[in-house]
Ligand binder design. Structure first.
Ligand code: DMJ
Length: 624
């Protein structure tokens, strides 16, 4: 039977010949029948289809699963499609129920528990990312930034301390504004001639003051200036220069400054730049022993040592002051090369005999042998000792080797270099080929702070003894200031020929805004809360204001014994990085950059303690 005869709506030639009236009635009847059948079907669908609310919730919560299946389904595969559909619906139902149970659980939790759960989830994702080798646009590992505690502080409650702290901030503002006004982009400021100053320590890298000051601006909450400095770093800080730089100076000021700025603010630009610069410094280690050169051409990667250094040697305080920054560079870059380089320096030193347990200042990077037997806890040696202690502290006290090296070295210093003057002042002398030179440098004054910082971990019940030593050194260094006309400390002072804590040579009478004495006051204040340290710090502030503040910033002076200051016309970048930061912290509460969480590099750039992973049994509630 042709289909056409059964379908009244199908236009056929025979249809035209039928009576129009009777045919229209039949049509109407059939139409009515079809319509009512259609409506019955629709109603039936509403009652007999699966629970639509569940279906919808499944779509919203698990859209991707449904979509994936819809896209994959084909008409010819109807059996498989039906099976798959059932599976999807079952999964949707299961997930929905699970979500409801979880939501119920969450509602019963305290807000801090919910927070912790979110953090755990985040950590898990981050770990998975790192395991997968998650990298960002710069090919650096993806790191979730968490600000360590105490990055900013609050105002002290005592009105006098608060006022003094505000005063230090004003000094920073003046130093910074003057630099901005007269020397923006140069390495340092000439505050008398009101122009930029370029130190050859940084080759043609620019902006030492900006990078050195970044963290001080942050710590003092000068956020607008911090943003301005950040923008300069982003746009102008360039290490692709054909210039020779001091590896040590660039490391402590630039790498250290950038690392601190990163850890305080979380801004990726600082991490990126620190790593870039760290990589530029790596060729300095290409020596037969791996002891780095002092000077490096950043473009050619060719290194050499200072021409004045004994027998072509590298300098202890220079190659020994890379450890903290390089450990952090490895952590932030995922590149173990940085850590390996500094650990190798230790290995080389461990193999060498130390005269009376002391470390000579000169070491030949080719032969791996000591140069002249000069030993100093001041210039040429100082921060090597500081970094042994801080390596241990920064490792959350896991670097046992660093700890042992530090306390052994300190013992040797005490035995061979530490002396008491007839007037009762403790000082640390220098050692030249077995003979003591009874001279102490302004630089050596950092040792008061270092010894106080390490006293707590001192072996054999020596904590009290070391705290006394630290206090005595602080007193001696204070005397070196108090015994001058300008009440500022000389570069070097002697304990011979009838003098004590006084510079006798013209070339040791200058003061270049150095931080070490104030640094020691800050540590001593934190550990003892003896008000004299704040008083001594305040004396220094008054002298700085009276003799170093000039119209265009702060300047060093040529002779601290002169009746009026003769300015040297340099505002050193470390004045903003260190001197003013330590002063600010001296008048701040202890929870601002607390020592359990932060370690200061030798340029006062705070670096976080790298917390050891908690073992399972250390974790709270782990056993429950
Ligand atoms: C700073 O650059 C550092 O503190 C370094 O360790 C020694 N000298 C200056 C400040 O005096």
């Amino acid at each position: 039977m042709p289909i056409a005869t059964l379908l009244p709506f199908t236009a056929t030639p025979s249809r035209k010949s039928a009576s129009p009236t009777s045919f229209r009635l039949t049509e109407k009847f059939i139409l009515l029948l079809v319509f009512s059948a259609f409506i019955t079907l629709c109603f039936g669908a509403i009652f007999f289809l699966p629970d639509s609310s569940k279906l919808l919730s499944g779509v919203f919560f698990h859209s991707s699963a449904v979509e994936t299946n819809t896209r994959k389904g084909t008409d010819s595969d109807s059996n498989i499609a039906v099976g798959t559909e059932e599976k999807i619906l079952a999964k949707i139902r299961k997930d929905h129920e699970k979500a409801l149970v979880e939501a119920k659980d969450t509602l019963q939790k305290r807000p801090d528990e919910i927070k912790q759960d979110i953090q755990n989830e985040k950590d898990k994702v981050l770990k998975e990312d790192l395991v997968k080798g998650g990298k960002d646009d710069n090919n650096l590992p993806v790191i979730e930034y968490v600000q360590p505690p105490g990055a900013t502080g609050h105002e002290p409650s005592d009105p006098e301390t608060k006022e003094r702290r505000e005063k230090i901030k004003e000094m920073m503002k003046f130093a910074w504004d003057s630099y901005k006004r007269y020397a923006w982009g140069s390495n340092e400021l000439r505050p008398v001639s009101k122009q930029g100053h370029s130190s050859n320590l940084f080759g043609s890298i620019k902006g030492a003051t900006i990078v050195d000051a970044l963290d001080t601006l942050y710590v003092m909450e000068m956020y607008e200036d911090f943003e301005m400095a950040t923008e300069w770093v982003e746009k102008n800080l360039d290490f692709n220069v054909n210039a020779e730089v001091s590896v040590f100076e660039v490391n402590i000021r630039f790498v250290g400054g950038l690392l601190s700025a990163y850890y305080l603010s979380g801004k990726e630009v600082f991490r990126k730049k620190a790593i870039q610069l760290g990589e530029k410094l790596l060729p300095a280690f290409k020596t037969p022993t791996g002891i780095p050169w002092a000077l490096l051409n950043l473009k050619s990667g060719i290194g050499r040592n200072w021409p004045w250094a004994s027998g072509g040697s590298s300098i202890l305080a220079e190659y020994g002051t890379l450890h903290l920054e390089f450990m952090h560079l490895s952590k932030l870059s995922g590149n173990p090369a940085f850590a390996e380089k500094v650990m190798n320096i230790r290995k080389v030193l461990n193999r060498l005999d130390k005269p009376q347990g002391l470390y000579p200042n000169y070491l030949n990077p080719n032969s791996g042998q000591w140069g002249q037997h000069h030993v100093s806890v001041g210039g040429l040696g100082d921060s090597f000792y500081e970094y042994l202690l801080k390596a241990w502290l920064m490792s959350d006290k896991t670097d046992e080797e660093g700890k042992k090296l530090y306390y052994d070295a300190l013992q040797a210093i005490e035995t061979s270099l530490m002396r008491k003057s007839s007037g009762g002042l403790t000082y640390i002398a220098e050692w030249k080929g077995g003979l003591l030179e009874h001279k102490m440098g302004h630089l050596t004054c950092f040792a008061g702070g270092m010894i106080a910082l390490g006293a707590d971990g001192a072996p054999e019940d020596k904590t009290g003894h070391q705290m006394e030593q630290a206090a005595e050194i602080a007193r001696t260094c204070h005397e070196s200031y108090a015994r001058t006309t300008l009440k500022l400390g000389p570069e070097g002072f002697r304990f011979d020929g009838g003098v004590e804590a006084i510079a006798t040579r013209q070339n040791e009478k200058y003061f270049i805004l150095r931080p070490e004495v104030i640094e020691t006051y800050m540590y001593m204040w934190r550990f003892t809360h003896d008000p004299k340290y704040r008083e001594w710090g305040w004396e220094a502030v008054q002298a700085l204001e009276k003799h170093c503040r000039v119209e265009g910033g702060y300047s060093g002076v040529r002779d601290v014994y002169a009746s009026s200051p003769n300015h040297d016309d340099v505002q050193q970048s470390f004045y903003l990085a260190e001197t003013l930061k330590y002063l600010f912290l001296l008048f701040s509460d202890d929870d601002h950059l607390p020592f359990e969480h932060w370690v200061f590099n030798t340029e006062a750039h705070p670096l976080p303690v790298i917390k050891k992973e908690m073992t399972d049994t250390d974790k709270p509630n782990q056993l429950e």
